[in-house]
Unconditional design. Structure first.
Length: 134
């Protein structure tokens, strides 16, 4: 597993645990840092998702036809936030890599239906990247 793949998994752990425990992502990130489980890209992802969460949620909600964020499994919701952040804000990660990494996470950690759902949402976000990046 590459360093960035591990960073994405750790970032997902932070985002998921903060949501499930109703605590700030900053506190959850600090816990992981104290345990020595955080690298720079984990911090970039967690801080980026936290900073842009309102916009990310609007974009995801727009493209998740028939699904509200609250109805999505928590893993899917947070993976979509991370991948959408990478697609819209991280220039050195190709969109195909962001989508592939997101699919790997939901394939390993979520429901059987999650990969198809996440792929569909992210595929449409990537398709409209230029429009959304404005």
């Amino acid at each position: 597993m590459s360093a960035r793949s591990k960073a994405r998994k750790r970032a997902l752990d932070v985002l998921y645990s903060s949501e499930m425990r109703n605590r700030s992502t900053v506190d959850a990130l600090e816990d992981q840092a104290e345990a020595g489980q955080v690298n720079d890209y984990t911090v970039t992802l967690v801080e980026g998702v936290t900073e842009h969460r309102e916009r990310l949620d609007v974009v995801i909600s727009t493209y998740a036809k028939g699904w509200t964020l609250d109805r999505m499994p928590a893993v899917d919701r947070n993976v979509l936030r991370m991948a959408t952040f990478e697609v819209l804000y991280v220039d050195d990660v190709p969109n195909a890599v962001a989508v592939s990494e997101a699919l790997n996470l939901v394939r390993d950690l979520s429901t059987d239906e999650s990969p198809a759902f996440v792929n569909g949402v992210l595929g449409n976000i990537v398709r409209d990247h230029d429009l959304l990046a404005r």
